[in-house]
Unconditional design. Structure first.
Length: 296
């Protein structure tokens, strides 16, 4: 056997990295060049650091192929992969720098749907989704404390069985809506009290979680997306204080500032809008939102 010296081996590997980087020299767009050059350097550093075997390389290709195979208009396995690797939250952190006391952003997730039903202030976004009724209210303000009238508040959530409407085979629309803030920046609506649920784990990302001893569970949450003229769009959730999954959220989405009291209300407690819930318990939560200026 003709073993090369360690120095020769290093030289072979480094030469390849440099030749791949050199192949990018004709990239017209400076940003594309920057991103691709960094990707090549980090990818090769990873391969060389772990001394990837050919079997492992094949397993990686098969994994990515399986992610593609399971992806369709209702299932996006690559976003799930980004989420469980923390890449989604890292991108959010980079692009949503803290600004004064503006509300923090968190992961978007794959279950937002355009054209949600519009509801009036005080309306019911549950739309028949099973779960404990929950009254949610709050305000939208600027960092200067001014109310934001007419802000669009999109909300969406899983039902108490842990599924979003789009995960059912029927065409139901439930657990999602949008409404607009009043002249004082206020909003209020009925929802269901969020419960923890597993991210879809019957595909390659589920196998990855299993292989690394991780749970697919998301901490219980209610999604918000708030948009208003001249203000930074906020994509976030509120989480349920006391939920067991706050420290082990599978997509690293929990931020302390977003953990909210969902106060239990025993059956018979008068509701804020006089809604008759008969003998049902309910809950209430308050979420006051602060939007940063656009472009910050
Ligand atoms: C969600 O919160 O809807 C979600 C986020 C990341 C992955 C899967 C689901
Ligand atoms: Fe969610």
């Amino acid at each position: 056997m003709n073993h090369q010296s360690d120095d020769q081996q290093v030289a072979v590997e480094e030469d390849l990295v440099e030749r791949v980087r050199g192949s990018l020299a004709g990239t017209a767009d400076a940003r594309v060049h920057e991103v691709m050059d960094s990707l090549v350097r980090h990818l090769h550093a990873f391969l060389r650091e772990v001394r990837l075997t050919e079997e492992e390389w094949k397993a990686g290709i098969d994994f990515l192929t399986a992610c593609g195979d399971i992806t369709d208009e209702k299932r996006q396995e690559f976003i799930l992969l980004s989420d469980v690797l923390g890449a989604s939250m890292q991108t959010i952190a980079i692009n949503n720098e803290a600004y004064a006391d503006a509300t923090e952003a968190t992961v978007f997730g794959p279950f937002f749907v355009e054209d949600s039903p519009g509801i009036e202030l005080g309306g019911d976004m549950a739309g028949g989704a099973p779960g404990q009724p929950c009254w949610v209210e709050g305000t939208v303000r600027t960092v200067d404390g001014d109310p934001v009238p007419g802000a669009r508040v999109e909300v969406w959530e899983a039902d108490e069985d842990g599924f979003y409407d789009v995960q059912y085979a029927d065409e139901r629309v439930a657990g999602r809506a949008h409404l607009f803030t009043d002249e004082d920046g206020g909003f209020r609506f009925w929802a269901v009290t969020p419960t923890p649920y597993p991210i879809p784990d019957d595909g390659p990302v589920g196998r990855l979680l299993d292989a690394t001893g991780r749970s697919p569970m998301r901490a219980a949450h209610l999604h918000f997306m708030v948009t208003a003229d001249d203000l930074r769009t906020l994509v976030t959730h509120i989480f349920v204080r006391g939920d067991d999954h706050l420290d082990s959220d599978s997509v690293f989405g929990v931020k302390e500032s977003l953990v909210t009291d969902f106060e239990p209300q025993p059956a018979g407690t008068p509701t804020p809008d006089g809604r008759d819930l008969a003998d049902r318990d309910w809950a209430r939560a308050r979420f006051d939102i602060v939007l940063a200026p656009a472009g910050t």
